[in-house]
Design a protein around this ligand. Structure first.
Ligand code: SF4
Length: 307
């Protein structure tokens, strides 16, 4: 499928797939004035880490498309899905990105095995996550994203899944959503590096910024539970509906979950106060929700001041 842009640039299927693989296709198409409806798109929900359509993430805005991608004239355009996947793998290899061997769809259907053993120290746990192949997401990742911040923090911040920038850099919330999260935390007196440990339900990025499925979340939950046990947070801040539903074991809408203090019952029997707000990526997409988010953050501030 080719997409013609108003500026006269024609993107072929390989270029589209490559841009989508990098998670920046909307940004580039938007800049080129393309009709986005004619390109593959991804639904964005409040709890997802999908790249906002309106503003380029800081760390991807300047991303140059590799020369061999920008000039694909000599490359035959695959006409089949298999051929397209093979072309993507070749482009990934040329760009130095870890080679995938399966499609995104296959990863969802791959059988899930529980991690063999969950280490008891932070360093060993991170190493185990980096080596983990317990669910199909390991086939798609550039690297696992363990989390960042204090190993024993007052606040544990939890979202659904790493984004494409996180995946490439191996750092949680490393893109524009991360900048907004930092601003949100700072506004209520929390220093990301000093007071927080920030992580995700699943440590590996699902392709195309889709939400992780139940099997993937389940496979990764031993790591997340161990992180919470080791961090020993006084409070938990949850970003987005999916992560909140998972921790609170409900199916409530984000609007029902916000502006309340919930409690998460740890396996060790501790009830940890928990606040839910929007995922920063959702706030970038829908800035009209920022006023609501500040109300949630006022709760965070009030809890934090309780000592
Ligand atoms: Fe392992 Fe979690 Fe990555 Fe799945 S998402 S491969 S369970 S670390």
């Amino acid at each position: 499928m080719d997409v013609s842009t108003s500026s006269g640039v024609v993107l072929n299927s390989v270029q589209l797939a490559w841009l989508q693989e990098l998670g920046i296709e909307r940004t580039h198409l938007h800049r080129l004035g393309a009709t986005v409806a004619s390109a593959p798109t991804e639904a964005v929900t409040a709890g997802s880490t999908a790249t906002p359509t309106t503003t380029a993430p800081a760390s991807t805005a300047g991303t140059a498309v590799p020369a061999e991608v920008a000039q694909p004239a000599a490359m035959p355009i695959p006409q089949t899905e298999g051929g397209l996947q093979a072309a993507i793998q070749a482009l990934r290899k040329a760009a130095g990105i870890r080679q995938n061997t399966r499609t995104d769809t296959e990863s969802e259907t791959e059988s899930v095995a529980a991690p063999a053993k969950i280490p008891d120290t932070f360093a060993a746990l991170e190493e185990a996550v980096q080596q983990c192949q317990a669910c199909g997401l390991h086939q798609m990742r550039s690297q696992a994203v363990f989390g960042k911040g204090q190993q024993q923090a007052r606040w544990l911040v939890l979202a659904d899944a790493p984004g494409d920038v996180d995946d490439r850099h191996g750092v949680a919330f490393d893109g524009q959503a991360g900048e907004l999260l930092q601003a949100m935390l700072t506004s209520v007196g929390l220093n990301e590096a000093e007071h927080c440990f920030i992580t995700h339900l699943v440590k590996c990025r699902p392709l195309n910024n889709r939400q992780p499925v139940a099997e993937e979340i389940s496979a990764c939950s031993p790591y997340t539970l161990k992180q919470i046990e080791l961090v020993q947070p006084a409070y938990i801040l949850v970003l987005g509906q999916l992560a909140a539903n998972q921790l609170l074991n409900n199916t409530s809408d984000i609007e029902e979950l916000r502006e309340k203090v919930h409690h998460w019952q740890s396996p060790q029997g501790k009830a940890i106060p928990l606040i839910v707000t929007y995922h920063p990526a959702a706030l970038l997409l829908r800035p009209q929700h920022k006023a609501n988010a500040w109300r949630d953050l006022a709760l965070v501030k009030a809890l934090n001041q309780q000592g």
